[in-house]
Design a protein around this ligand. Structure first.
Ligand SMILES: Nc1ncnc2c1ncn2[C@@H]1O[C@H](COP(=O)(O)OP(=O)(O)OP(=O)(O)O)[C@@H](O)[C@H]1O
Ligand SMILES: [Mg+2]
Length: 420
């Protein structure tokens, strides 16, 4: 049996922390069996190397190893990705497709972010775990496969179970053995070691002398919270390696590369007020967004009517707008649409002079540009809100998604889409 030390070397895992060693040891021990394993730990702690170790030390090592990020696949296609589909199973299913569970027969599947699986997929997964059976989407024929599953999660699965988002039976089936990985802040002796390793890697990569931390900087490094764990440490080492011409790094310089938000500093008292402020601000932002969108729709409608049907139809649209503002009246004839002074609704032919085609086209283009700008603005607001919520919730996507009133999956995709 390969030693923990040898595995660390083979998989380029740095550190001597006892909990890290124990995790690797457990991986070595379970590898030859077909037991399902759940790797648990915060984001960026290095969960991805565990399933690779398990696969490469198992009798399946010549079989396929497929890593699936369950959070990144849209809910509508995940069953088909995992279990395949029959021709004609849904629009666009022009041919039969094999899913990962069929392709990886005899191998290992790593289900990363398993907590993100939709409940319907969880049912299929449970079945395949229990007896190796699955059914392609749109088929009625049961198929067999022999796949070892290693799953990983950075969310609290008990929370997910309590909220009805994850099946308890599946959780226990997946975590026959669990392998916890410690957060970086609990691996004090490894932090500087890792930093030096990254500094040396980046010095090599960028062909510069390695950066070196002074004593105060080392102390700062050890006290920092590292909520993004090794991934965050690596990013910081890379930024400093690229940007600092003076290769001796002081605590002040190091600090300037680290976020100062409360999430990384020891927070003594959580400021309740700021939470309230945030939700009020969020409500206002939502309102602004909805108002903007509804204004935009009205404007689009008006422009379109104008271009297509001339003034009579536009008056009709005005009428609808007035109804929208004042509420609908049982007898429309009560309102004289041409005489609504307070509303300044003037028959359109008076405001918009007859245009030749070119001008009409111009206004159409203008409307499109405005629309694009509005979309951009909306996007910026969305990004701001997501960032703020993530910072506030210390990067916890579940809490942020709850706060934003969107699903975790949607939040996950937005983070990817906007590269947050
Ligand atoms: N012990 C280690 N030595 C060297 N590099 C490491 C170590 N652990 C993790 N890393 C590096 O840190 C980065 C993050 O690791 P990884 O992608 O495995 O995190 P993760 O736990 O899967 O996080 P997430 O839950 O966000 O997916 C990777 O670039 C990985 O190579
Ligand atoms: Mg990962």
């Amino acid at each position: 049996m390969e030693s923990v030390q040898a595995i660390k070397q083979r998989f380029e895992i740095i550190g001597n922390d006892p909990k890290l060693n124990r995790a690797i040891e457990k991986a070595i021990q379970v590898a030859p069996t077909d037991i399902s394993v759940l790797v648990v730990g915060e984001s960026g702690v290095g969960k991805e190397s565990i399933p690779k170790i398990i696969h490469s030390l198992s009798h399946r090592k010549h079989g396929k190893y497929i890593a699936v990020n369950c959070g990144a696949i849209p809910e509508g296609t995940i069953d088909s990705e995992l279990f395949g589909h029959e021709k004609g199973a849904f629009t666009g299913a022009t041919s039969t497709r094999e899913g990962y569970f069929e392709v990886a027969d005899g191998g290992t599947i790593f289900l990363d972010e398993v907590g993100e699986l939709p409940l319907t997929t969880q049912v299929r997964l449970l079945r395949v775990l229990e007896n190796g059976e699955f059914i392609k989407v749109g088929s009625s024929q049961v198929q067999k496969t022999d796949v070892r599953i290693v799953a990983a999660t950075n969310v609290n699965m008990f929370d997910a179970i309590e909220k009805g988002k994850f099946r308890e039976d599946l959780y226990y089936r997946l975590s026959t053995v669990d392998i916890p990985l410690p957060p970086l802040r609990d691996r004090k002796d490894d932090i500087h070691l890792l930093f030096r390793k990254f500094a040396s890697d980046f010095a090599h990569k960028y062909k510069m002398p390695p950066i070196k931390l002074d004593e105060n900087a080392i102390q700062f490094l050890l006290k920092f919270r590292w909520s993004g764990n090794i991934r965050q440490l690596r990013n910081v080492a890379e930024q400093i390696s690229v940007l600092e011409t003076n290769r001796d790094i002081s605590a002040l310089t190091l600090q300037s590369y680290l976020p100062t938000e409360g999430n990384n500093l020891p927070s003594v008292i959580k400021d309740k007020k700021s939470e309230n402020d945030f939700s009020t601000e969020r409500e206002i932002l939502y309102k602004v967004l909805f108002d903007m969108k509804s204004d935009l729709n009205d404007l689009k409608k008006l422009t379109l009517e104008l271009m297509q049907n001339g003034s009579s139809k536009v008056q009709e649209t005005n009428k609808n707008l007035i109804q929208k503002i004042y509420g609908s009246h049982q007898d429309d004839s009560e309102i004289d649409y041409e005489d609504q002074n307070e509303l300044s609704v003037i028959p359109v032919q008076n405001v918009v002079p007859k245009k030749d085609f070119e001008e009409q086209e111009d206004s159409y283009l203008f409307a499109e540009t405005v629309e694009e700008e509005e979309i951009l603005k909306l996007e910026q607001k969305e990004i701001e809100m997501i960032k703020k919520s993530l910072e506030k919730n210390k990067g916890k996507r579940k809490a942020a998604a709850d706060e934003l009133g969107i699903s975790e999956r949607t939040l996950y995709r937005k983070i990817k889409q906007f590269d947050l």
